[in-house]
Design a binder for this molecule. Structure first.
Ligand code: PLP
Length: 374
């Protein structure tokens, strides 16, 4: 699948960014510019770090230790470094099934083997299946899970399950690389951010990774890892690869947080995404073939569709891209074993101003799927 063809698509259901980020991106761009004019540019790295640290403590309500946080170039660098810190080439790593395709690429780059663990579309990783795997397979040396609004399922692990997960991993001394980039995007009707598994970790075995990319601006490339007992190794790897993360975007974000802009933006974003999930679900019910099943996540901006077994989702994706310039993310991308051939992930975060084009694109996809369902 050519990246160029995907980028040129008129309607983007494929990508992992929210299409609601453009306005705050401009706002914080301006904040950054004003900060420079005001001489804040001279602020030390430590001051910026302190601002961000207070934000982390407040938002995650987790007792992160100040010296366990490593600021990174986006969440993906945090995940890369953390996984590298806790594994050696040839190790096995437990991942969800389906999982985010970039996780599979990181494993491949580090010469690690992905072991897929059954994952419920609503409540996430199957703890019993993971326990059985850890019992029988000593080659598993780490886990990489998304506990809140998993990509692509949108699954949200209940708090009790997160506790069980952390306890199970502590018994086996297995580190968890926790990918938590979507947690801020909880449903507008819900009153609080779901906690990460990190909140229940007393042993420093959870390496919590996140970023501002999904809720604010992917181009700023500001992320972090709270790497627990592996923090020193992660810091060393960061220094050895990119030395440090650029300061101006951190400064701009710290300003934006301090002025309350981020909170306001998140409230609007959550409402817009909740509305769009509902709108898209109604369209799918109306236009997709009988037998289509779709997730109903309580946050994030992905819907995961299981099409009738006669529909090859990769062929559907190719047809939609070639003839209608509509990009989707076919299910095979989300598995090392090429499972999920009848599945499709849709990013439903297109701005409401694009409502008609967006609605029309869902209708077209539904029509193409219906024709293939026979
Ligand atoms: C689940 C998940 N983790 C991590 C990332 C990467 O985040 P960032 O853009 O901050 O590197 C993405 C983005 O696509 C994602 O969907």
């Amino acid at each position: 699948m050519s990246i160029d063809a995907l980028l040129l698509a008129r309607i983007q259901f494929a990508f992992t960014i929210s299409f609601h980020i453009i306005f705050p991106a401009l706002t914080i761009g301006l904040a950054s510019y004003l900060a420079v004019l005001e001489g804040l540019w001279l602020q030390t790295k430590q001051q910026v770090y302190d601002d961000l640290y207070h934000f982390w403590i407040k938002v995650f309500a987790v007792a992160f230790a100040e010296d366990e946080i490593v600021v990174t170039d986006g969440g993906l660098e945090a995940l890369n470094l953390c996984l590298q810190a806790v594994t050696a080439p040839g190790d096995w790593v437990a991942v969800e099934s389906p999982t985010f395709y970039a996780a599979l690429q990181v494993l491949e780059r580090l010469h690690l083997k992905a072991v897929e663990v059954a994952t419920d579309p609503v409540s996430g990783i199957d703890i019993a299946a993971l326990a059985a795997l850890l019992e029988r397979e000593p080659r598993v040396k780490a886990c990489w899970f998304m506990t809140n609004f998993q990509n692509p399922l949108g699954a949200l692990m209940p708090t009790t399950r997160k506790r069980q997960l952390v306890q199970l991993l502590a018994r086996h001394r297995i580190p968890l690389v926790e990918d938590d980039v979507y947690a801020e995007l909880y449903d507008a009707a819900s009153s609080h951010r779901p906690p990460p598994a990190k909140a229940f970790d007393g042993e420093g075995l959870v390496l919590h990774c996140s970023s501002f990319s999904k809720c604010l601006a992917p181009g700023y490339r500001v992320g972090w890892a709270a790497a627990g007992s592996h923090a020193q190794t992660v810091k060393r790897l960061k220094m050895m690869s990119t030395l440090a993360t650029s300061l101006p975007p951190q400064l701009a974000i710290a300003e934006y947080l301090a002025t309350g802009g981020y909170d306001r933006h998140l409230r609007n974003l959550r409402e817009a995404l909740s509305r769009q999930r509902q709108r898209t679900l109604r369209l799918i019910e109306r236009h997709f073939p009988a037998g289509t099943r779709v997730t109903r996540p309580e946050g994030g901006y992905f819907l995961w569709l299981e099409l009738p077994s006669t529909v090859d989702a990769l062929a559907l994706h190719r047809e939609a891209l070639a003839h209608h310039q509509i990009s989707t993310a076919p299910g095979v991308l989300f598995s090392a074993d090429r499972r999920f051939v009848h599945h499709l992930r849709l990013n439903v975060s297109a701005p409401s101003g694009d409502g008609n084009r967006f609605d029309e694109a869902v209708r077209i996809l539904g029509r193409l799927a219906t024709a293939r369902a026979g």
